[in-house]
Design a protein around this ligand. Structure first.
Ligand code: SAH
Ligand code: SF4
Ligand code: F3S
Length: 446
């Protein structure tokens, strides 16, 4: 058995792709390893979203070159940097054997065979998303209680800062029945919670069983009827595609978790416009109000960019004001990173690094305060916890709250894969501690 190491960078879509790559290569004799020194093949599944992310690849390739100088090893670069840079990667790092984009990795087995036969390099950066999903193995090797399932790929939004439309191609939604089938296979392996993935997951419009396009809300409804599937999440959604039926689904579907990642990026209408987000701060506030009306216990997370070209102190203040108005349970904030080939990178009024640093710090302080406030508000509350894995102490298990926090509970080791009502007794920086509430026991139907 040959050994395969896959290192995954970037977003959940890469995590999903890495799992599928491992499944693709298992039939041709590759088993997993965690250690580069043992690996016969290393795949770097890369991210291109910010400069730091894509530069990481080259430092990793430098380390791998040393190993490859000493022994036989195949090095592949997959993911978004592979798509964006293509042959440039091989020019800059000739130790790389294979470069394969996110929509063509189903061709890995033939690419490996080709370089084994003929030597040299192999490069595939086409965009056949449809063909990819059809070509992936039906055998799911997912382990664990939670899983990602990609339902939509690519992006047609072209936010002016973002590389994703170029690295992932245009929007494509998988057919409903193919998704349902994959979900059922995951559930048969013990999965109880599925996160539906897409760059613009709420722009989903996959072909339904009736031959017509179905919305994400209809997909969620369909999946909520899959026996044994207790929880559904989706990410990442765009404010523009938060349709009325999806908002209503948050109120109607018990399986749909009350936690939504809805990136807003900025609170300034001028900056939102320059970003081509096609909504205003007030549109976002109104949207949040309507979603919370449908699902009052809903918590929000978001993404922010500080220091977008032309962002003034007033623009930044508008972002802080939006954060104060909305209140987020968690958030990711980034300094704007100019990406080659995107319109904003060519904008004249780039913001100095030290201004970006200061704004990031100010924003993070506010967001952390809100995050902490949200966690503290859970103390004493009863939450449904899905048990995922054994804890550090005997009999303890670690589960997930509806808001994705880890919850440690004693005497729960026998409950992996099940949901119980748990009272939150302790709030810690990275987890919660809880105990059983016997009166409200809830057993998952099998
Ligand atoms: N499809 C998602 C975002 C995917 S990228 C959406 O539309 O919201 C994840 C996050 O990375 C973005 O939300 C944004 O906040 C950040 N990001 C993207 N490009 C960036 C750049 N050039 N510089 C800094 N942050 C960036
Ligand atoms: Fe990037 Fe915008 Fe598309 Fe999100 S919606 S992936 S930020 S272009
Ligand atoms: Fe990164 Fe590509 Fe995801 S650029 S964030 S890995 S879609």
């Amino acid at each position: 058995m040959k050994k395969l190491l896959i290192k995954t960078y970037g977003c959940q879509m890469n995590v999903y792709d890495s799992a599928r790559m491992a499944e693709l290569l298992a039939p041709i004799g590759y088993g997993p390893t965690e250690v580069a020194e043992d690996a016969d093949m290393v795949i770097l599944n890369t991210c291109h979203i910010r400069e730091k992310a894509s530069e990481k690849v080259y430092s990793e390739l430098g380390r791998l070159k040393k190993l490859k100088d000493e022994r036989q090893m195949t090095i592949a670069v997959a993911g978004c940097t592979a798509q964006a840079e293509g042959a440039e990667i091989i020019a800059r790092a000739p130790q790389v054997d294979i470069v394969v984009g996110p929509q063509s990795y189903h061709r890995l087995p033939e690419m490996i065979a080709k370089i084994a036969r003929r030597g040299g390099h192999a490069l595939e950066t086409d965009f056949p998303a449809l063909e990819k999903f059809d070509a992936l193995p039906k055998e799911i090797a997912t382990e664990g209680v939670t899983a990602f399932l990609t339902v939509q790929e690519g992006c047609d939004k072209f936010c002016t800062f973002c590389v994703v439309p170029y690295t992932r191609g245009s929007e494509y939604s998988r057919p409903i029945l193919a998704i349902e089938d994959e979900a059922r296979r995951m559930v048969a392996r013990g999965v109880r919670e599925i996160t539906l993935l897409g760059q613009n997951v709420n722009a989903f419009n996959g072909e339904g069983p009736d031959g017509k396009p179905w919305s994400l809300a209809r997909l969620c409804d369909r999946l909520s009827r899959v026996e044994g599937l207790a929880r559904i999440r989706y990410t990442t959604s765009h404010p523009r595609d938060m349709s009325d039926d999806l908002i209503a689904a948050h109120g109607d579907l018990e399986a749909l978790m009350p936690y939504l990642h809805l990136p807003v990026q900025s609170g300034s209408n001028k900056i939102l416009d320059a970003m081509n987000r096609q909504h205003t701060g007030d549109h976002y506030r109104d949207l949040v109000r309507r979603i919370r009306h449908a699902r009052p216990d809903l918590a929000l997370s978001s993404d922010f960019i500080v220091g977008f070209p032309g962002e003034t102190d007033r623009d930044f203040e508008a972002t802080l004001q939006l954060v104060r108005d909305v209140t987020f349970a968690s958030a990711f904030s980034f300094k704007y990173s100019p990406r080659p080939g995107t319109p904003a990178a060519a904008a004249r009024r780039q913001i100095p690094e030290e201004v970006k640093d200061a704004r990031l710090q100010t924003l993070n302080m506010l967001l952390l305060e809100q995050q902490d406030g949200f966690k503290q508000s859970l103390a004493g509350r009863t939450l449904d916890v899905l048990f995922e894995k054994p804890g550090r102490h005997a009999s303890q298990a670690i589960g997930r709250s509806p808001y994705l926090q880890s919850v440690h509970v004693d005497d729960a080791a026998h409950l992996i894969g099940e949901i119980r009502s748990i009272r939150v007794d302790g709030v810690f920086p990275n987890s919660l501690k809880g105990s059983f509430v016997p009166a409200r026991k809830k057993v998952l139907a099998h």
